[in-house]
Design a protein around this ligand. Structure first.
Ligand SMILES: *[C@@H]1O[C@H](CO)[C@@H](O)[C@H](O)[C@H]1NC(C)=O
Ligand SMILES: *[C@@H]1O[C@H](CO)[C@@H](O)[C@H](O)[C@H]1NC(C)=O
Ligand SMILES: *[C@@H]1O[C@H](CO)[C@@H](O)[C@H](O)[C@H]1NC(C)=O
Ligand SMILES: *[C@@H]1O[C@H](CO)[C@@H](O)[C@H](O)[C@H]1NC(C)=O
Ligand SMILES: *[C@@H]1O[C@H](CO)[C@@H](O)[C@H](O)[C@H]1NC(C)=O
Length: 437
């Protein structure tokens, strides 16, 4: 990693620092309908899992370094104020930390509108997904369920668990192993257990049919602590010179069988000889090779290329969604998606479905892979004024998709981030559930 790159991120931010938000008075929040009780769980459901971090693999590493700063990870650089090496898996820790500063917490469960389970479910799943308990992955969650029914049994039974919610920091697919698969093929069965059907689970990706989970954004590496740093970043994004038409930051696409990643790779590699749009762009397509997870904890690798590109490709991989969609929104790089399951039908709380075409481009993957549609032709046909308008819309939604740092300034807290929107909508969802029951 280059230090100058990080400093580059910091300069714009530092300029605005003298304006602090302390002058803003925090108003007493109206907690009607918003009270949340955090359920006390024994440490084996959270803290012990962190203490055991070295026992579990994450790429070639353990996940220990990513638990730093309450799940934000280590800073990208000692002088960095907003940038961290965040692993999405630690959202459970990050979310728990943010919940501790939620303004409408109540220690009294009888007045709570919802009950939060601070269970680090995806961390607990590692021993089933990759560890010695792979053949008993249908057990995932049963220990928790027994605890919930035996400790304060009325707290579960008053609403049969319909008022409970938790975070599961992986796609729902990883927890949807049918109970009848023996031995298991992939995943635990947490979301298939009737014991948890009533609990709302916040995941990175939901299954296409309506179920108990809701998708929320993957965390990026950007976690500003105050409003000036967020505004400075937005300014940096808006004024960045976009010399590339498009960017693909990712891996894959090297197999011979037809698929969208392969089509993207081939089209990108063939752009160097001719550039019919050299007035607007010095390069039509750039590829940042993220194979073998090299980009995973190194945001500099892809953030700078994203800042110089107008469009960022977000093809499906093992599953339809990608963290990179949120990185590109952060960089003001308009996402290009190839199926609705990649974002449109997932993040209905955070990305307004009815405006989807205003901040993203949809190109059906079948048209590209089987019908010869050229992605670059579609993008080049979009006039500059429209690109600009789309980027403004991307910037408008960007603050809703980031997870700000815990302990951030009142000025920034007044702006809803991904956490606030997730909690607000969880409360609404639980309210309507309880009205039905
Ligand atoms: C932590 O690791 C120890 C030793 O491998 C194991 O016995 C224990 O169950 C683990 N704890 C959790 C919460 O996974
Ligand atoms: C950050 O500072 C610590 C000591 O304060 C030092 O040990 C470490 O090497 C520094 N890291 C970087 C990336 O400069
Ligand atoms: C799980 O079951 C499969 C098939 O029965 C077996 O080959 C494998 O060794 C088992 N794994 C473990 C960790 O017990
Ligand atoms: C889930 O809720 C239904 C009622 O809506 C109830 O019949 C069922 O027992 C509940 N499940 C659990 C595990 O509590
Ligand atoms: C473009 O560049 C790539 C990699 O540098 C090369 O493999 C490819 O053949 C070039 N394509 C053309 C059409 O020159």
């Amino acid at each position: 990693m280059s230090a100058s790159v990080v400093i580059f991120f910091l300069i714009a931010a530092a300029a605005l620092l003298p304006f602090t938000a302390t002058s803003l008075q925090i108003q007493q929040p109206d907690c009607t309908g918003r009270r949340i009780h955090i359920r006390r769980l024994p440490p084996r459901f959270n803290a012990d899992l962190l203490a055991n971090c070295s026992a579990y693999p994450l790429f070639t590493d353990s996940f220990c370094p990513y638990t730093a700063n309450h799940g934000l990870g280590l800073k990208t650089h000692n002088r960095s104020q907003s940038w961290y090496r965040t692993d999405p898996l630690l959202l459970e820790l990050l979310f728990h930390r943010r919940m501790l500063e939620y303004p409408c917490l109540t220690p009294d469960p009888s007045v709570a509108d919802a009950v939060f389970l601070p269970y680090y479910s995806a961390l607990d799943a590692l021993k089933y997904l990759y560890g010695p308990e792979v053949n008993s992955s249908f057990n995932h969650g049963l220990d928790l369920y027994r605890f919930l029914r035996s400790d304060q049994p009325l707290l579960w039974s008053r609403w049969s668990g319909h008022d409970h919610f938790l975070v599961m920091a992986r796609p729902a697919w990883d927890f949807s192993q049918p109970l009848s698969n023996d031995p298991p093929i992939w995943g635990t069965s947490f979301l298939e257990l009737p014991e948890f059907f009533n609990v709302t689970a916040l995941t990175f990706e939901s299954r296409p049919w309506p179920w108990q989970e809701q998708a929320i954004p993957y965390p990026t590496s950007f976690h500003p602590p105050n409003l000036p740093l967020l505004d400075a970043w937005a300014h940096r994004v808006r004024s960045s010179k976009r010399t590339n038409l498009a960017l693909f930051a990712g891996g894959g696409g090297i197999s011979a069988s037809p698929n969208i990643r392969r089509s993207i790779r081939i089209e990108c590699e063939n752009q160097n000889s001719t550039n019919p749009d050299s007035d607007r762009y010095t390069k039509l397509c750039e590829v940042v090779d993220c194979s073998n997870g090299v980009c995973e904890h190194d945001p500099i690798r892809y953030m700078k290329p994203m800042l110089r590109s107008n469009f960022c490709f977000q093809p499906p991989g093992d599953t339809p969604t990608r963290r990179s969609t949120f990185d590109s929104i952060l960089a003001g790089c308009i996402p290009v998606v190839f199926e609705d399951q990649s974002a449109k039908s997932q993040y209905s709380w955070h990305l307004p479905e009815e405006d989807f075409g205003e901040f993203s481009v949809f190109i059906p993957k079948e048209d590209v892979v089987y019908k010869g549609l050229k992605i670059m032709d579609v993008l080049m046909a979009i006039p500059s004024w429209k690109v600009k308008k789309m980027r403004e819309k991307v910037l408008e939604i960007m603050p809703r998709t980031i997870y700000r740092s815990h302990g951030s300034s009142p000025g920034l807290r007044a702006k809803k981030d991904a956490f606030d929107i997730a909690v607000e909508n969880t409360l609404k969802r639980i309210k309507s559930r309880l009205e039905e029951v």
